[in-house]
Write a protein that binds this ligand. Structure first.
Ligand SMILES: *[C@@H]1O[C@H](CO)[C@@H](O)[C@H](O)[C@H]1NC(C)=O
Ligand SMILES: *[C@@H]1O[C@H](CO)[C@@H](O)[C@H](O)[C@H]1NC(C)=O
Ligand SMILES: *[C@@H]1O[C@H](CO)[C@@H](O)[C@H](O)[C@H]1NC(C)=O
Ligand SMILES: *[C@@H]1O[C@H](CO)[C@@H](O)[C@H](O)[C@H]1NC(C)=O
Ligand SMILES: *[C@@H]1O[C@H](CO)[C@@H](O)[C@H](O)[C@H]1NC(C)=O
Length: 388
């Protein structure tokens, strides 16, 4: 009875439908143990999905002051960063040369900043060291992974280059060649994947192969055939987050801003007129088999709302459009459970340029419930929405 009385208010405060979907989605993921630095087998895992979620939890901590979020981040990171700063959790460094794990790096830098603990700096140094020798195309773009030679994927910008910028900001602010290099990563990706004037919706293809060796590489520029919503979502989030970090006086700041200003209205225009959200394959709206996908949609809402809030773009109907998209997301994809948690629907599991990169490929990949890539993006979108 006593336990019952004590638990009731606790449960009520934890699980009553809160006024904040940011809190509700984050608390639900935490109750399921998602993004805790462990893989499904219980072993430590360096995961970009966890990195994305930690980023959202950090913003939520800063907004609410609720230390639960901070403690969850730290506990998760401490599972993959040993007391001596060694990164465990399957991190491959030079054997793999992948950009994906580096997405956890901004959180290492954050923890170093607020705790001063050296192990987080040692771990961040390791990622920075990887970038120093990471293989590149002849133009200088980091390969997405060692096993994808000469390939730049939009995803990699969010995974590797937000960290690169933050590290440079924190420890090498006057290192011009590092800032030049961060600028080059965004620029090469933009130029090599931009859809030309005869290819609507004039967004970005998923990636390109500078050597044109991949089966999907176009004869003209080596780009992949379709524009995939989540890839562009990663790129848009990377732009808007890196603009916070980039020195305003360096020309890279204006370059990133121009990419964002070019893409934002086109992203808005590419939304489905009726629902306000976005197709999985942006380049083939309405085609049979295509569908409204939740992770890319949430990323666009986060990036565009933040872009307006930070003054990077004029509103110009963007807030209204994002409100409409957000309304659809909440109504259709954020589904309450009887126990007070929320389920996040309709996030596509993967979209890789490992295969043939066709419409048939993207639409053949199943969707998941509570996929952290989409759920964390919904938390981010909700934080921005609730800032309005
Ligand atoms: C750091 O700690 C890890 C885990 O405890 C251990 O495996 C590794 O050997 C240590 N590395 C060094 C350089 O001491
Ligand atoms: C500056 O950045 C470049 C490019 O990333 C790097 O090679 C160099 O070591 C950095 N210099 C310093 C002094 O950290
Ligand atoms: C535009 O891009 C499409 C698709 O890659 C290509 O087939 C076409 O030749 C390009 N047109 C021009 C003018 O470059
Ligand atoms: C709440 O309910 C959902 C759906 O039945 C379930 O997947 C989840 O594990 C439950 N969470 C808790 C904390 O019991
Ligand atoms: C591309 O791969 C998908 C499966 O991932 C398959 O269904 C489709 O037939 C393939 N298309 C071509 C042109 O090979």
């Amino acid at each position: 009875m006593l336990i019952h009385l004590l638990l009731l208010p606790l449960l009520a405060s934890t699980w009553a439908k809160p006024t904040s979907y940011a809190i509700w989605s984050a608390d639900s993921a935490i109750s399921r143990g998602q993004g805790n630095g462990l893989g499904s087998n219980g072993a430590p895992l360096v995961s970009y999905e966890h990195g994305e979620f930690w980023w959202a939890l950090r913003l939520l901590y800063e907004k609410t002051g609720n230390k639960i979020y901070f403690d969850y981040i730290r506990q998760g990171v401490d599972r993959v960063v040993a007391a001596n700063g060694t990164i465990g959790g399957g991190y491959g460094f030079t054997t793999d040369y992948q950009l994906d794990p580096i997405r956890t790096g901004p959180t290492f830098l954050y923890l170093y900043d607020v705790t001063g603990q050296q192990k987080y700096k040692i771990a961040a140094d390791k990622y920075r060291q990887q970038l120093e020798t990471h293989p590149r195309t002849a133009q200088g773009q980091f390969w997405h992974k060692l096993r994808y030679p000469n390939q730049g994927w939009l995803d990699g910008i969010y995974m590797g280059d937000v960290f690169y910028a933050q590290y440079t900001h924190d420890f090498q602010y006057s290192n011009k060649s590092a800032w030049d290099d961060v600028q080059a990563q965004f620029t090469l990706m933009f130029e090599n994947t931009l859809q030309n004037a005869t290819s609507p919706p004039h967004l970005l293809y998923h990636g390109y192969d500078y050597s044109h060796a991949a089966p999907w590489a176009s004869p003209d520029r080596g780009h992949s055939p379709e524009s995939w919503d989540r890839a562009l979502g990663w790129y848009m989030m990377a732009l808007v987050d890196t603009l916070d970090i980039f020195p305003p006086a360096h020309p890279g700041h204006a370059a990133l801003l121009s990419f964002f200003r070019t893409l934002a209205p086109r992203v808005k225009a590419a939304a489905d007129a009726q629902t306000g959200v976005w197709w999985l394959v942006l380049s083939q709206p309405g085609r049979a088999g295509n569908y409204f996908e939740s992770s890319g949609s949430a990323m666009f809402v986060y990036a565009l709302l933040k872009g307006v809030r930070r003054g990077h773009i004029e509103d110009d109907g963007i807030v209204k459009a994002m409100r409409k998209a957000y309304g659809y997301m909440v109504e259709n994809w954020a589904i309450p459970n009887a126990n007070g948690t929320i389920d996040w629907q309709n996030t596509v599991q993967v979209g890789s340029l490992d295969g043939n990169g066709t419409f048939e490929y993207y639409t053949s990949v199943p969707t998941d419930v509570n996929d952290l890539k989409g759920l964390a993006a919904f938390t981010l979108a909700s934080i921005e929405y609730e800032n309005l």
